[in-house]
Design a protein around this ligand. Structure first.
Ligand code: KG4
Ligand code: ZN
Length: 364
């Protein structure tokens, strides 16, 4: 995506804002099945955020239906914008910039947020910026009270991505490892469906695993017996399918399978993080994306990182999954650095994190 510099400054000066860091940014997230809107202010921090979940809409299908997702974003988005402005006690004249998720994600869903974000920016005469969804996840811990300093290692684990990234600064990303097939969240979702569990699968597997017996079953830890930091989860999913006995599934057997699956998936992530921490000698590990809400993963990663002399940083559980706050923040970071885009816009359903431009130094 092409960012041109200077537009932000011009517009803000015209509005009498003396300190560019004191931007109030409206963030819009519509990349998948959650409509998220938030307001972030450079001085005051997060002013308001709201989310409309589509879980009930997609539940009957056991997965996200792209066309239904896009239509529901159309219904939910503008009322959420109005609500967030009311909650923060601000008017449209107070907004200095707009950030919307431009990718990666579902094309139709992304277009809803991008079109509204761009239209509002034109109507309110403020700059707009398309945010990379995974950069939003990666920067989400910056919204917490003790944010990590750069550089840090980041494990990004969502429904569509499994990435290990060495983060030197905003836009300075070195990809260390990625999944060769299914994302870990996708493996949770598909395994849950296989076991007849609720949608979305991640929290459902975690709940069922709570009643599982440790040691009853043992599943493989894919790609941990060879060097490197890439992942593969489709084999674990197939292994799980083969472990399901024919006929009606006994509740205890189901819990044991959920336990063994979660144990193997979490262990695999922990092994690779430990390896990456040792290789990079980083002292900070950021964990973000929907699977970062998994309690077992959080506990085990904390233990492993501490043993390596490192500290783990998470967003609060609500900001692990998709939300508007992380997009408002990531947008603020880039807008205050002088990045913005022209009136034309596009979305990028596929977009590499490493394609992003670096901004000049981290935000103070
Ligand atoms: O980041 P996210 O909200 O959306 C994407 O960008 O994909 O991540 C959603 C993924 C889903 O696969 C969901 O099953 C998984 O995160 N997830 C979890 C948990 N909560 C959400 N996976 C494991 N344990 C959880 N507690
Ligand atoms: Zn996400």
């Amino acid at each position: 995506m092409c960012f041109h510099r200077g537009g932000t400054h011009k517009t803000i000066v015209a509005r009498g804002l003396r300190d560019i860091r004191r931007l109030l940014v409206l963030g819009i997230e519509t990349s998948c099945d959650d409509t998220g809107v938030a307001l972030y202010h450079g001085d005051k921090g997060l002013r308001a955020h709201a989310l409309a979940s589509q879980v009930d809409l997609h539940r009957p299908y056991g997965g996200v239906v792209p066309e239904l997702a896009a239509r529901d974003h159309v219904r939910s988005l503008m009322p959420l914008v109005v609500r967030v402005l009311q909650d923060a006690g601000v008017g449209s004249q107070d907004i200095n910039g707009i950030a919307y998720t431009a990718g990666p994600g579902l094309a139709g869903a992304l277009l809803v947020g991008a079109a509204l974000g761009r239209a509002l920016a034109w109507a309110w005469q403020v700059p707009a910026i398309g945010v990379h969804h995974m950069e939003g996840h990666l920067l989400a811990p910056m919204l917490e009270s003790e944010p990590p300093e750069f550089p840090f290692l980041a494990l990004l684990v969502s429904g569509g991505h499994t990435l290990l990234v060495d983060v030197l600064g905003v836009g300075r990303y070195r990809l260390l490892g990625r999944t060769l097939d299914d994302a870990v969240g996708e493996a949770f979702d598909k395994t849950a469906k296989l076991l007849g569990l609720d949608y979305p699968g991640g929290p459902a597997i975690a709940l069922a695993a709570g009643k599982g017996r440790p040691g009853a079953l043992c599943f493989p830890r894919p790609m941990t017996d060879r060097p490197g930091l890439d992942f593969s989860f489709s084999g674990l999913k197939t292994y799980t399918r083969n472990a399901v006995p024919a006929g009606t599934l006994d509740e205890q057997v189901l819990a044991d399978i959920a336990f063994a699956f979660q144990d193997a998936a979490v262990d695999t992530l922990v092994i690779k993080c430990r390896r990456a921490l040792k290789e990079t000698r980083r002292r900070r590990l950021v964990v973000a994306g929907g699977v970062g809400a998994n309690a077992e993963l959080r506990t085990r990663l904390k233990k492993a990182a501490t043993a390596c002399g490192a500290r783990v940083y998470y967003p609060r559980p609500d900001f692990c999954t998709d939300n508007g706050a992380m997009i408002a923040y990531a947008g603020w970071v880039r807008l205050q650095a002088g990045c913005s885009e022209g009136l034309d816009f596009t979305v990028r359903p596929r977009w590499e994190l490493t394609d992003l431009s670096a901004i000049d130094g981290p935000p103070a």
